[in-house]
Design a protein around this ligand. Structure first.
Ligand code: APR
Length: 320
């Protein structure tokens, strides 16, 4: 059986880490694409040269041409520019929106059957634009945010309780970062919900609130430490978990930015919700009942995403 083909559109920090992880996990052959000449070629050659040592077989190819995406099974999109000092959110939005239009056209032409994972920020708006411009079925286009947000939450909780990260599960909804809605009552250690752990004296509500805040600011904390650039190891690992669930039909339940058509009372928008990812893409949207503070937080998050999508529609009215 032929190996899967994984196209990485954008070969920067996250793109390079993605290629390395695809190799180490033997998920398939890799095509790294970028507009900068030499970078995808250099990174793919470097990673290929690590394969005899790490013991994986994969073709690693770098390219500046969309043609090389031909027949890709998965496309992971990190193409775009980061927000630089002096650049407004709207400037960033309009630049990356143009990038999504180009990338969407490239995917539509060469990889119309692919499962597409968008990572480019502002995520919830960019994944919407990518689906509109590629015109791929909405269940084949998702955004990576919740897996990363919940991984950060799980890591901080495991550290707080001094237990294995494997035994901590976390549930997050809503947009990426600031507007993320962590559902504390559905977050557990070995099945024990966090409110019960507070009652058991493992931690205090105050500490949980601090951890939730740190999770919300998880991206900014890393940007402040790195000074140049943003997180890339954990974002890449998150997207790989999503790609793996699709390619191996694992049907994992993962929080992703998914296209909603009425679920949670939201229409024609991408918002972070738990979904089942299998060989058909997003096979099910897990719709839980929300009330009180959780509903409020979710609604706020939806308004934040709606504002971004409206800004996109204004800049690119054809994207409908
Ligand atoms: N087509 C293809 N690639 C492009 C395009 C384009 N039109 N425009 C920019 N790129 C490439 C850049 O040349 C760069 O190599 O996208 C790559 C982005 O890489 P980095 O700047 O290193 O960014 P990275 O850290 O990988 O993050 C990528 O993910 O988390 C988000 O906010 C982050 O939007 C950013 C994205």
């Amino acid at each position: 059986m032929a190996r899967n083909k994984i196209a990485l559109i954008g070969s920067g920090q996250i793109g390079g880490t993605l290629a390395h992880l695809v190799g180490l996990k033997e998920l398939g052959d890799v095509v790294m694409f970028d507009i900068v000449e030499g970078v995808p070629q250099g990174k793919s050659l470097d990673i290929a040269q690590s394969s005899p040592i790490s013991g994986f077989d994969a073709v690693m190819k770098g390219t500046n041409s969309y043609e090389a995406l031909d027949g890709a099974d998965v496309c992971i999109v990190t193409a775009g520019v980061p927000r630089k000092p002096g650049m407004s959110r709207d400037d960033l939005l309009s630049i990356n929106l143009k990038v999504m239009e180009q990338v969407g056209a490239g995917i539509a032409k060469y990889a119309p059957d692919a499962f597409v994972i968008c990572i480019t920020n502002p995520l919830d708006a960019m994944v919407w634009a990518l689906q509109k411009s590629s015109k791929l079925p909405a269940k084949k286009v998702v955004g990576m945010a919740g897996v990363l947000d919940s991984a950060r939450f799980r890591y901080f909780l495991a550290d707080e309780f001094n237990v294995s990260v494997e035994d901590v599960s976390a549930f997050v909804l809503g947009g990426h970062g600031d507007s993320m809605v962590p559902l504390v009552r559905y977050s557990t250690v070995a099945g024990i919900p966090l409110p019960d752990l507070v009652k058991m004296g493992w931690t205090s509500q105050g500490r949980i609130d601090e951890i939730v805040n740190r999770t919300r600011n998880g991206g900014a904390e890393i940007v402040n430490l790195l000074k140049t650039g943003s997180a890339f190891y954990a974002p890449a690992a998150s997207a790989i978990a999503m790609a793996e669930s699709y390619l191996r039909d694992k049907k994992r339940v993962l929080p992703c930015a998914a296209y909603l058509s009425g679920e949670y009372g939201v229409k024609d928008m991408y918002v972070g919700v738990p979904v089942v990812i299998g060989s058909k893409g997003v096979e099910r949207i897990v719709e839980i009942e929300l009330s009180g503070k959780d509903r409020e937080g979710f609604d706020k998050s939806v308004v934040a995403v709606q504002t971004l999508v409206d800004a996109c529609k204004k800049i690119a009215p054809d994207l409908l």
